[in-house]
Design a protein around this ligand. Structure first.
Ligand SMILES: *[C@@H]1O[C@H](CO)[C@@H](O)[C@H](O)[C@H]1NC(C)=O
Ligand SMILES: *[C@@H]1O[C@H](CO)[C@@H](O)[C@H](O)[C@H]1NC(C)=O
Ligand SMILES: *[C@@H]1O[C@H](CO)[C@@H](O)[C@H](O)[C@H]1NC(C)=O
Length: 258
């Protein structure tokens, strides 16, 4: 009886890993605990975008993820703390929608900022599943290990859940060349590609925060050019401090020092 104990434990462990999806090559399911700052922006009761918690009541997302009319707060909800799409976690009502404004001395960059912010009514209830993240205070470098949470159908194909996507930051010139004639890459914009072929950038939503070492560096603003199973880029808006303004503007609203 005693001798079979390690064998049984081994079997149980293997079974559990298989159930969790770790044994399947190609799918790297993630838990919200790995990306506790990631939230889902729901518009008119449907998952619409992703975003990131940056303060007790504040979320950063892409500009296109909130209604044109920022007084329509009732149309938007924020779901925090769930590994699954459109279920679980805590659903927060919205108090304020804010399209990002640049200060007047920064007019040129203003036009290229595709960020908006959402203030939720009731502060986030922090736990291993719900945490804020700091925006980084440095520019993007190609050396960091970036990743983000996309969404994939689970093995039973009943639910859609988080999946990890490893990412590589493209050199700015490469990004500009890639979109020549399609999109002008200016101001705070940049590109990320999947780090390997199995890192499918299409599984990420607009508004998805891209992180390295727990800090968020950029927000996906356009995934029209992603292609499944290839290293095709998504366009992001950076949150870097070289322009200073995003971090400063956030600081005006968020009672916390960056
Ligand atoms: C914005 O939405 C509010 C509330 O629904 C409405 O009263 C207002 O007229 C809208 N404004 C515009 C410019 O559409
Ligand atoms: C890019 O910028 C140039 C110069 O401002 C402009 O002529 C061109 O139409 C822009 N292209 C796109 C795709 O927006
Ligand atoms: C961020 O940028 C602003 C404006 O350029 C600057 O005043 C501030 O010191 C910077 N903060 C950090 C942490 O680098």
């Amino acid at each position: 009886m005693m001798q079979s104990y390690p064998f049984v434990v081994g079997l149980v462990l293997l079974f559990c890993l298989a159930r969790l999806g770790y044994c399947k090559v190609g799918a790297r399911y993630a838990s919200i605990k790995q990306y506790p700052f990631q939230i889902s922006v729901e518009m008119d009761n449907t998952h619409y975008c992703s975003g990131a918690i940056v303060g007790d009541q504040w979320v950063v997302t892409a500009k296109s993820c909130i209604p044109q009319n920022t007084t329509e707060v009732d149309r938007v909800k924020v779901r925090a703390g769930s590994s699954y799409l459109a279920s679980g976690g805590a659903l927060h009502s919205v108090k304020k929608l804010m399209r990002f404004k640049r200060s007047s001395y920064d007019m040129y960059r203003h036009m290229n900022t595709d960020i908006s912010m959402i203030k939720v009514e009731i502060p986030f209830n922090y736990s291993p599943y719900v945490q804020w993240s700091n925006p980084n205070l440095e520019e993007l470098t190609t050396k960091l290990k970036f990743s983000a949470a996309g969404y994939a159908k689970d093995r039973k194909k009943r639910k859609t859940r988080l999946q990890m996507v490893s990412l590589k930051n493209l050199h700015r010139d490469e990004c500009i060349d890639m979109f020549e004639g399609k999109i002008n890459i200016t101001g705070d914009m940049g590109c990320f590609v999947g780090a390997t072929k199995r890192d499918d950038t299409c599984t990420m939503n607009v508004g998805t925060p891209i992180a390295a070492d727990g800090l968020i560096y950029a927000i996906v603003i356009n995934k029209d050019y992603c292609k499944s199973n290839g290293r095709h880029p998504v366009i992001v808006s950076q949150l870097e401090n070289s322009s200073g303004t995003i971090v400063q503007t956030m600081a005006e609203f968020i009672p916390r020092t960056f």
